[in-house]
Each structure stands twice: as C-alpha cells, then as structure tokens.
Design a protein around this ligand. Structure first.
Ligand SMILES: [Zn+2]
Ligand SMILES: [Zn+2]
Length: 426
C-alpha cells in the first residue's frame, strides 16, 4: 500500500518499542465496498510524528470517493485507506523533530505538496500538480488508528477544543480558504448556496469576520431548518439572517403564459438582472437556460427584498457550495454589480448553464477554490480556540471506526450535517 510520506523504510525504535496493536483502517476496496481491516503501520520519518488518530470527519468528497470509486477523475485502482479530516495525539516523534513531543494534541493537514512543480514554486502549493492528498488515489488516508506525517503538517490543538470538534478542523480550514478566495471583508453582505457542512462553516467564518448580513439557500427542508438554528457563540442568535428553501427553476415556458414566468427583463433592478437593460431585449432564440435565468432573477429579487437589500441590488459576496446548476444561476442573479462569486460546490457533471452575459455586464469576479493554503489550519484552530466559531453544533452523529461503512451511509442519506468517526473505538 502506498505511503503518505516516506524516506526511511525501517520503523525506528521509538515506534517498535510501543508494541502497538494492529493498525485497523477503513479501506475502500472498490466502488461502494469498504472493509475495516489492519493495514501496515506507517513508518515514522526523521522529520515526522506518529499520531494516534482520535477523530476523523467524513465529508462530501469522501462520500464521492466511496460512491464513485475515485475523486477528481482519478479512479481507485488499488485498495486505499480513506479519510482526510483527522486529529489525534502524538505517540512518537522522529529524531529530527524539536517542535513536538509525545502527548501533544494535533490536527492532520492532509495535503502534501511536491514542492517542485511550477505551482508550488510559484507559491500556490494548494494547486500542486503532484499533490499527495490523504485518501485520494495514490496516498494513504487518515481513517486508521495510527497515522504518520511530517511534523510541520501537524499543527497543535489547545486542550479546550474537544476531539469531536478537532475532527472538523480541516473543513474549517477550507472555510477560511473560502473566505480568502472570495475576499471576505468586514461588514459585507454574503449569500451562501448549500447548507451542508461547508456552507454552514463558511457562514460561521463570515460571521466571525463580521459580515453584516448572511443568507443561505438549500433545497432540503431539514437542512434549511438546521441552518436556521445554527447559533453564534458571539451573539447567541442565529448566524444566518435568512435561510430560504429552494426548488428547481423551471426550464420551459408554461403553456398558458407566453411570457417567461410573467417577468419582463426590465422588471428587475440592474443588480438582480443582467446588469444592463436592453441587452436581453434584442431578438434572440430563447433557450431553456434563458428561461431558467429569468426565473432565477425573479427569485433572487424576492430574496434580496426579504433580506432588506433591494436598494443595494444584491449581495457583495456569493459562495456557491451546492454544485447545483440552478444555484449558479441564482448566485449570479443575487450578486450585486461588482460582486465576487466563488464556485465551491462540486456537481456531478462538468458543464452547466451559467449566465455569462450577466457576469460580464455586472462585472462579477468568478473564482474557484481548491483545498486550503498555508495559514488556513492555524487560523481555523485560532477561531475555535477563541470560541468565535462553534463546530460542536454541526456534529450530528459519531461512529466507531468499526462502523465506518455506517458512517458513510449516514453521510449518503443526507440527514446529518457533520459525521465523525472515532478512530480508537471499535
Ligand atoms: Zn473533507
Ligand atoms: Zn507541486
């Protein structure tokens, strides 16, 4: 089995002397087939730490890996240990390590950039062209009892942060990176599509950064109700000001109504619409995408009005964390002119209808985000440590390692927000 990080191939004495039990791991054998079985103990390197993993969060990309048998277009060709959202306790340190000692509580940074490719050399190691990422094909994951990694990728966690919460530091680091990429600033208005873990964590980060108004949208009534009750540790009130239940946008014109949903393109303000009156009134062939777009503008205008932002004609920052085509349209429709739109959600198809004309006319910055950057883990740990972000509320279920399959099935069912596996519980 491939190793996450290795130079030496022999286990040093500080590990062999521990006489550890078998390294029980959650192994993806093939598509939708998980086995909880021992795998080789990772070899502690001179610059590394060996971690007794205590908690591991399961997220959408793990689920995708499980269901599809691979991530990012890379199929699983050999059995692979899953998981990438872990924390635990240091039980051995490499000979060269001065920063860590046995007993330290640490998080696991799951991405090991190559340091050699053009993107790494350019300071953008999160988009490394040869990234080793825990649980992705080619790199062992951290859903096991004992995991070894370079010490500098194991940031310390303060005592007062619970293990369960520590198992969600990685998605919080992703939330911090989302904040960086969308250029979150104090006193902005923020619209979030998708009330799953990443959507809610992003809301928590925006709130901690003093967002003025936050709205969120989801098509699952349970998630909408959950999001309404996500309480701020700072104010004691809900983090999200308005949570809206979404339904599919129509893509064909109702027979009885020749007009697109009764809305004329000039009915809505520039911030909601295409940015420039007249453009859409030219003679052109009406496509299903155009029909959806008109409906998206109408719906976005309602949400903007309910949020009290009609005069501003939309939101400063839009975070699309659902991956749904409709939310791309709604996201651009709800963005004010000059806004920034960040594509976070991963859909199941490569191409979607996207309102490019409105993007241009509203001069919207459309950006993407991949993984996290260097300072995100320290920032995430700091946000938790100071108590300005609370992840405890998001953890709706925990499973012992032996029930990893049940944990994945719980994520698949979609009724839970954050599912955590306890790696030492069998
Ligand atoms: Zn994840
Ligand atoms: Zn690289």
């Amino acid at each position: 089995m491939s190793q996450f990080h290795f130079l030496n191939k022999v286990q040093p004495p500080q590990v062999t002397s521990l006489n550890l039990p078998p390294n029980t791991s959650c192994v993806l054998l093939k598509k939708q087939t998980i086995s909880v079985e021992p795998t080789p103990l990772p070899i502690l390197q001179p610059d590394g730490v060996l971690v007794k993993v205590i908690a591991t969060g399961i997220c959408g990309s793990d689920l995708h890996n499980y269901l599809a048998g691979g991530v990012g277009g890379r199929p699983v060709t050999e059995p692979i240990v899953m998981g990438h959202e872990s924390s635990g306790e240091v039980i051995a340190v490499g000979d060269l390590v001065t920063t860590h000692k046995v007993g330290d509580r640490v998080a696991v940074e799951p991405g090991l950039p190559c340091r050699r490719c053009a993107n790494c050399k350019n300071g953008r190691s999160n988009i490394c062209m040869d990234m080793r990422y825990c649980g992705a094909p080619g790199s062992v994951g951290s859903l096991m009892r004992y995991f070894a990694l370079p010490a500098d990728m194991a940031p310390h966690i303060p005592e007062h942060i619970s293990w369960e919460e520590s198992g969600s530091i990685q998605p919080l680091a992703i939330g911090v990176q989302i904040g960086k990429r969308v250029d979150l600033r104090a006193h902005q208005t923020v619209a979030i599509f998708g009330c799953g873990p990443i959507g809610l964590i992003t809301a928590a980060v925006a709130h901690a950064y003093s967002a003025r108004k936050i709205i969120a949208v989801d098509n699952n009534p349970k998630r909408v109700e959950f999001a309404k009750k996500y309480i701020s540790p700072i104010t004691g009130k809900p983090i999200i000001d308005h949570v809206f239940l979404n339904t599919d946008l129509p893509s064909s014109i109702p027979q009885s109504n020749g007009h697109m949903n009764g809305v004329s393109p000039t009915d809505v303000g520039a911030g909601v619409g295409d940015g420039e009156a007249g453009v859409v009134e030219e003679e052109h062939h009406v496509t299903p995408g155009d029909i959806k777009w008109e409906a998206a503008k109408e719906r976005a205008a309602k949400w903007i009005a309910e949020a009290g932002l009609t005069a501003e004609e939309g939101f400063d920052r839009v975070i699309e964390a659902s991956g749904a085509e409709d939310c791309g349209l709604l996201g651009v429709a709800i963005a004010k002119q000059g806004a920034t739109y960040l594509a976070v959600g991963l859909g199941h198809i490569q191409t979607n209808v996207f309102p490019t004309l409105a993007v241009t006319n509203k001069e919207i910055d459309v950006r993407g985000v991949t993984r996290y950057t260097a300072s995100c883990f320290p920032s995430a740990i700091d946000l938790l440590s100071r108590g300005v972000v609370d992840l405890k509320q998001l953890i709706t279920k925990t499973f012992p390692l032996s029930q990893s399959k049940e944990a994945f099935e719980a994520v698949r069912a979609g009724n839970d927000i954050k599912v955590i596996v306890k790696n030492q519980e069998m």
